[in-house]
Design a protein around this ligand. Structure first.
Ligand code: FAD
Length: 285
């Protein structure tokens, strides 16, 4: 690792990048160009989402293969909702055959009214199954929710479920995005008290459009602080001001997280290079 946690002067922090599988040839070309620009940041790995927004498994695996061919470590997201053991086992073999060494293991979400017949209930079941089938071949990451998963019965139950998921064999975790560093820091403290000693990496969502951000955040339970929401709404369709404000807010968040000892930063790039590159430039990365 190129970091030294004992050196207070360090400015370096490992980063990773997340993409979604493009749905059109044009989208694939744009993503390829975005990746080429982003590789200047020397990411530890790039991850590709799975099943989200109706995307296919083929799209995920194809994008993962391209990243590996570009000489960069790649993580395939992998969701288990509605899946059978036999099918998951096949897909794990396929990923292994492709040379994949990293997975982000998720339950995933299905449209309501669909999903009977699945043999996995929670992401922890998938993590245990991956370990049972493939031993330590894969570095397995799981999802964490500093502001609480929207379907959790209570924050305490969600935290316990997270700790159980780590105990099932995860190597590290990536959080849902948030704009309140204290929510993350408290979550990490609470998880440590429950015996979780593996890295919990904050997920960072750059702000480049206000409507997109509001729409997303409603669905996944990430809170946009009132002052951020009102400022964004106040800019109307002045995209230059939205971008400038978004860069300030997110860079400051990253600085706070780095200063507080976050082990790495995972950027939700939304397949765009500009905002992530500019935030990392400001961070001196
Ligand atoms: P789980 O960890 O299984 O938790 C789901 C819910 O069940 C939580 O409310 C939890 O508290 C509860 N729970 C868990 N275990 C128990 C238990 N034993 N008893 C009672 N309750 C329990 N979605 C996609 O479709 N594709 C992706 O590629 C994708 N990537 C993501 C990447 C990250 C970093 C994050 C943070 C999320 C991602 N998601 C993705 C979204 C994710 O699929 C949803 O948030 C989903 O609703 C939960 O998945 P999970 O793996 O966190 O589920």
């Amino acid at each position: 690792s190129h970091t030294d946690d004992n050196n207070p002067a360090r400015s370096g922090i490992p980063i990773s990048l997340e993409f979604f599988p493009p749905k059109t040839p044009d989208g694939a070309e744009k993503l390829k160009a975005a990746r080429a620009g982003l590789y200047a940041l020397k990411p530890e790995f790039c991850s590709v989402t799975y099943g989200a927004g109706g995307s296919t498994q083929e799209g995920t695996f194809a994008t993962v293969a391209q990243i590996l061919a570009e000489g960069v470590d790649a993580a395939s997201h992998f969701s288990c909702v509605g899946a059978t053991r036999a099918r998951v086992s096949e897909q794990l073999q396929q990923l292994r055959g492709m040379g994949v060494r990293r997975l982000v293991a998720l339950r995933g979400d299905l449209p309501s009214g669909y999903g009977a017949g699945g043999e996995f209930q929670y992401a922890s079941d998938l993590v245990a199954f991956i370990r049972e089938q493939t031993g330590t071949h894969f570095h397995v990451e799981v999802a964490a929710y500093p502001e609480v998963h929207p379907q959790a019965r209570s924050p305490e139950q969600d935290l316990q479920a997270f700790a159980a998921k780590m105990r099932a064999g995860a190597d590290s975790a990536i959080t849902q995005y948030f704009y309140n560093a204290d929510a993350y820091l408290r979550f990490v403290d609470d998880a440590r008290r429950l015996g979780v000693d593996r890295p919990i990496v904050p997920g960072i969502m750059p702000i480049s459009s206000s409507t997109q951000l509001m729409r997303f955040s409603d669905a996944c339970g990430a809170e946009i602080p009132r002052w951020v929401r009102l400022r964004l709404q106040g800019f109307g369709d002045d995209t230059a001001s939205i971008r400038a404000f978004g860069l300030d807010v997110v860079t400051r968040l990253c600085e706070q997280l780095r200063d507080a000892g976050a082990p790495a930063l995972h950027f939700y790039t939304m397949n765009q290079a500009a905002a992530t590159l500019e935030i990392c430039r400001r961070l001196g990365l």
